[in-house]
Design a protein around this ligand. Structure first.
Ligand SMILES: [Ca+2]
Ligand SMILES: [Ca+2]
Ligand SMILES: [Ca+2]
Ligand SMILES: [Ca+2]
Length: 645
């Protein structure tokens, strides 16, 4: 029976392989997607067709001379674009997550095309500005359109990733000429991997008692160009922009020259949001009241709020030493280290790592609405480290959301499939995944210990479960396409190997026919999100004559929006201008303030909340007082004038 099962499985695999070959001619996963030239033309076309409501700017150019485009869209009515509250939409921070830029571009087009046609779009655009940056990492994204596909998140800045003082000296190679960089598995008694008995496509971590002749080492496809015994450990580029932001940054030795905001793409974005550069005539876009990101992280269909992942470094010093990481990390040990002397405890990380409780309702409400609008009820998300999502909330201080647009979802795992908790609430395993998700980090793990046991596209043990689910999905929903069956290959250095594994990009970007529905639902969601911002209004002032020459003047402010004026986190970082109310008396000679201040600053008003301000004014009857409300992130300026009588 056992043999029969194995036999029938082999037959079905062969059949599957035949079906793949016969019925599914190879089609580039980028078909229907915009490369840099096409994206540039599309944005220019929108800008030239709708000049009254759009402005296309370049935030800067990348190392490869590509513009990072920002399309501003704002209605012709209402205040100037810079005075309106704004939603920033940013996509394709990870080079391989090209779907993010497609959806962001689609939203831009949807808004521009519908301003004159759709009352709801017009209403929102007359009150709000949209800053849309479809592709923050255009250099990295271009790899998606190459002949040989190698999935990587980074930009293309040459970087020494293995500390041999040479940059990019050992990239992967497409040895079997299928146009895909996949994996190699090699029988090796010192290997840390073995073939999953239930599904021979899958590699899993070895267990106690796994026979030595069943052990494998895994490598990315290619040769060892520099003869250092590691395979493809230092390819082209670069660093993942979505791990390069200055919050919860992982100082984990991902090669030389990397630090928070070390990459120009990160710098341009942060400059755009915060920095005033007179020479460049740019303004800090502090009118940004919310951020919507399309990236591999998700806090909309996955768990709401933001919980930072653990950067792979620093760890408590003892663990580092015990991990066998060697001399390299020893200088990170704290304390005097001599026998009998006390060791200092590890430094406490002062960074906030979790949504503040007072802000949780906001994330929850938006997440519920996202599920309702888009119909996407669940998503897989790793925990972030050094991401834009974290920086925008924990440092910039505004509500910050990310959708990954394409991942294993409940409805796609087939009927009757139980929803494992791990997919909606990131588990310990996924924290490890986050640490390993940058392929560069994987090689560091390899160097730190079991050389040659590099986990890879088909075999990170923490994720064998996730890979299994992708294989199920491939079999049930994708006619078997998405996985290259393992096939023997004679390797010039390793001898007999097998090449196979997941096809690059297919777990990151959906087929192009899925894009229109994602654009529609996320346009609706973006319009919803932009209309939630705080709206601070001032009631008509109320005057009471207390006695001859003494007046009481009161105004009440309300927040008529759905968001607080500033998040609890924004209050902590003090990154948002407070709500300002100023009173100006008609003349100084006969009028004076007996009670209250000329200038009243209010940090926050919760949605539905109010704030009353009272002044006592000594003045003859018939004189005038002017009141000015200025709420930078809550609807701008309102003026009232009253006559004291
Ligand atoms: Ca190197
Ligand atoms: Ca290949
Ligand atoms: Ca090498
Ligand atoms: Ca190589």
């Amino acid at each position: 029976m056992k043999y029969f099962c194995r036999f029938s499985k082999t037959i079905s695999l062969i059949c599957l392989f035949c079906l793949t070959v016969i019925f599914l001619p190879a089609q580039a996963p980028s078909k229907g997607y915009h490369d840099y030239q096409a994206l540039t033309s599309a944005l220019k076309q929108i800008a030239s067709q709708y000049p009254d409501i759009t402005e296309l700017k370049s935030l800067g150019t990348t190392l490869k001379g590509k513009n990072i485009w920002m399309l501003q869209i704002s209605g012709t009515n209402g205040p100037s674009p810079l005075e309106k509250q704004a939603l920033l939409i940013c996509g394709n921070l990870e080079g391989d997550h090209v779907i993010g830029s497609e959806v962001a571009l689609g939203i831009a087009r949807h808004l521009a095309e519908n301003y004159a046609k759709d009352d709801q779009v017009k209403k929102v655009l007359d009150q709000r500005t949209f800053y849309i940056i479809p592709r923050l990492n255009p250099d990295g994204a271009e790899l998606f359109f190459k002949k040989v596909l190698h999935e990587q998140s980074a930009n293309l800045k040459p970087r020494d990733e293995d500390f041999d003082w040479i940059k990019d000296e050992d990239p992967p190679e497409d040895l079997n000429n299928d146009g895909l960089i996949t994996m190699m598995r090699v029988k090796d008694k010192e290997g840390g991997w073995t073939v999953d008995e239930k599904d021979p496509r899958l590699m899993k971590k070895k267990e106690d008692g796994t026979p030595l002749d069943k052990l494998y080492k895994l490598y990315p496809e290619g040769i060892d160009n520099d003869g250092d015994g590691n395979y493809n450990e230092d390819g082209i580029g670069g660093f993942n922009i979505n791990r390069n932001f200055p919050h919860n940054f992982g100082y984990d030795f991902k090669g030389l020259g990397v630090y928070p905001a070390s990459e120009v793409e990160t710098q341009y974005l942060i400059d755009f949001m915060t920095r005033y550069v007179p020479g460049l005539k740019t303004q800090p876009h502090k009118n940004i009241c919310g951020v919507l990101i399309f990236s591999k992280y998700d806090n909309l269909a996955a768990d709401p709020g933001i919980v930072c992942g653990t950067p792979t470094f620093p760890q408590p010093p003892q663990q580092v030493r015990d991990a066998g990481a060697g001399q390299m990390f020893m200088f990170f040990r704290r304390g005097r280290g001599e026998e009998g002397q006390e060791q200092l405890p590890p430094a406490r990380d002062p960074q906030q790592k979790k949504t503040l409780p007072a802000d949780e309702y906001l994330f929850k409400n938006v997440s519920d609405k996202y599920k309702e609008i888009t119909g996407i009820k669940s998503a897989h998300s790793e925990k972030p480290a050094g991401s834009m999502l974290e920086w925008a909330y924990f440092q910039f201080g505004v509500p910050s959301f990310s959708a990954n647009l394409w991942s294993l979802r409940e409805e796609e795992r087939g009927p009757g499939a139980k929803r494992p908790g791990a997919l909606s609430s990131p588990s310990q395993a996924q924290t490890q995944e986050a640490a390993a998700s940058d392929r560069r980090a994987m090689f560091m793990q390899m160097m730190g210990g079991a050389r040659g046991s590099a986990p890879g596209a088909a075999g990170r043990s923490a994720n064998t479960d996730t890979y299994k689910k992708w294989l199920d999905w491939i079999d049930k929903n994708n006619n078997g396409k998405g996985f290259v069956e393992w096939a023997p290959f004679e390797h010039e250095q390793l001898g007999e190997v097998e090449i196979g594994g997941f096809e690059p990009y297919f777990r990151v970007n959906p087929p192009a026919e899925k894009i229109p529905e994602l654009i529609k639902s996320h346009s609706d969601f973006a319009l919803y999100l932009a209309s939630q911002f705080a709206h601070i209004v001032m009631e008509k002032p109320r005057i009471k004559k207390l006695s001859s020459g003494l007046f009481e003047l009161k105004v009440t402010l309300h927040n008529k929006g759905k968001f607080p004026y500033v998040t609890a986190m924004g209050q902590r970082t003090r990154s948002i201008n407070s709500i300002l109310v100023e009173i100006t008396l008609e003349e100084d000679k006969n009028m004076s303030l007996f009670g209250g201040s000329r200038r009243v600053d209010t940090t926050n008003i919760e949605p539905g909340g109010e704030k009353e301000i009272t002044w006592l004014i000594l003045s003859p009857s018939g004189k005038k007082a002017d009141i000015r409300l200025w709420a930078r992130n809550g609807g701008g300026e309102t003026k009232e004038s009253v006559v004291l009588r």
